[in-house]
Design a protein around this ligand. Structure first.
Ligand code: ADP
Ligand code: NA
Ligand code: MG
Length: 373
């Protein structure tokens, strides 16, 4: 989606990813031999160095990258890296990220460091209570890295599931809603936020997004955007960031986490906003004027298409059906293999009212592969 946006602005893109047919490489052909795509892992130092020789500006679409090498290419190859590796370094360790929010006096759920032992976890559960959210500090995404500890008898299972990675513990949050704000940050620290959205997670993975968030609390939007922009302003470098938050029954907001990149909860911006998160990411990292973040439709929703099995045809059949729903835009990512729980695409629906969105979404959800409700 970033590559598609770049192509409209004639911005040449070089992609580092595994395989000649990685999704972004299907979208943009190299514009010159010295700009051939790189075949390798985004965490491989040599491949990152090779990418750096081919570009003026380097950006990332995942935070689990090699920050040391990004710092090296920024200082030795003179490549601009966005967002700044220092921001990625804070974010890629969730415990450090939470400490950073605390240092800014942003509201977060109570959290504590914890060793990966029965004794340490028992002691932390004594302080924070049960259920307890155990989180891997690093390499976590789509809920892989979280374990909800409901009883102390599950500790061994939790340690096995979290696979020996460094952990921390978070107090369980009984939120009424999860909300998110995409924020565009320029290299000089100006911030522009998109509308506040509601995100619905199923099994820890984003299932639905509704834009804009509806609420009787008239100050809520401003508070959420203010928290999000404060958090993003504190990091350095340019680009779009997603700030995930919990909304409590009292109206209080807690910051959950930040993603330093275009994000699933901003996919709706492609069809529903004046400028998409992808285009604004490019504008920000290239120091071009930032586009309006305003909604251009009354209501929008995004439905993720997750693999239900290894059978790709289930998804292509669903996508075909979705084309008959008015206002629905289908995005399939071109991933070579379908796996249960893997993000394979999404559908954005726009409409003139929330009622119309509900009706259209209902049509889609009835046929969603793997649906269990
Ligand atoms: P990931 O990096 O996988 O997105 P998150 O920390 O955002 O990890 O957790 C994924 C989901 O788990 C959240 O969107 C939320 O639904 C739930 N969750 C995370 N932390 C808590 C918590 N402290 N209390 C209750 N639910 C939580
Ligand atoms: Na994450
Ligand atoms: Mg998250």
């Amino acid at each position: 989606m970033l590559a598609a946006s770049a192509s409209l602005l004639n911005i040449p893109v070089v992609v580092l990813d595994i395989g000649a047919h990685a999704p972004a490489k299907q979208v943009v052909a190299p514009t010159a031999p010295h700009r051939a795509h790189v075949d390798g892992s985004f965490s491989d130092p040599d491949q990152i160095r090779e990418l750096a020789t081919k570009v003026d500006v380097l950006t990332v679409e995942i935070e689990h990258v090699n920050v040391d090498v990004l710092e090296e290419v920024q200082s030795s190859h003179g490549v601009e890296v966005h967002p700044n590796p220092s921001a990625i370094r804070i974010i890629q360790d969730k415990f450090r990220q939470k400490e950073h929010f605390l240092s800014l006096s942003l509201p977060v759920a109570e959290f504590l460091p914890v060793d990966s032992t029965d004794r340490a976890i028992t002691s932390v559960a004594g302080v924070l209570g049960l259920p307890l959210m155990l989180k891997s500090r690093t390499l976590a995404y789509d809920g892989r890295g979280n374990y909800v500890l409901r009883e102390l008898s599950q500790i061994q299972d939790a340690l096995n599931a979290l696979g020996g990675r460094p952990l921390y513990a978070e107090k369980w949050v009984s939120f009424v809603k999860e909300i998110a704000v995409m924020v565009v940050r320029t290299a000089t620290g100006d911030t522009f936020s998109y509308p506040v959205v509601e995100t619905v997670q199923k099994d820890n993975i984003c299932h639905l997004v509704f834009a804009p968030l509806r609420s009787r609390d008239t100050g809520l939007m401003a508070r959420a955007r203010d928290i999000a922009e404060t958090a993003v302003r504190s990091l350095s470098g340019a680009g779009v960031f997603c700030v995930e938050m919990f909304l409590l029954a009292s109206g209080q907001i807690l910051v959950n986490e930040i993603a330093p990149r275009p994000h699933n909860s901003g996919h709706y911006t492609i069809e529903a906003c004046e400028t998409s998160q992808y285009e604004n990411h490019l504008r920000a990292i290239l120091a071009l004027p930032i586009g309006s973040t305003a909604l251009k439709v009354p209501s929008a929703a995004m439905l993720n298409i997750l693999g239900a099995s290894n059978d790709m045809s289930e998804l292509t059949n669903f996508a075909k059906l979705a084309l008959s729903v008015p206002g629905a835009s289908v995005h399939l990512y071109g991933k070579a293999e379908c796996r249960k729980g893997r993000k394979m695409g999404h559908i954005t629906v726009t409409a003139n009212s929330d009622a119309e969105i509900s009706a259209r979404l209902h049509q889609l959800l009835q046929h969603l592969p793997g649906r269990d409700d």
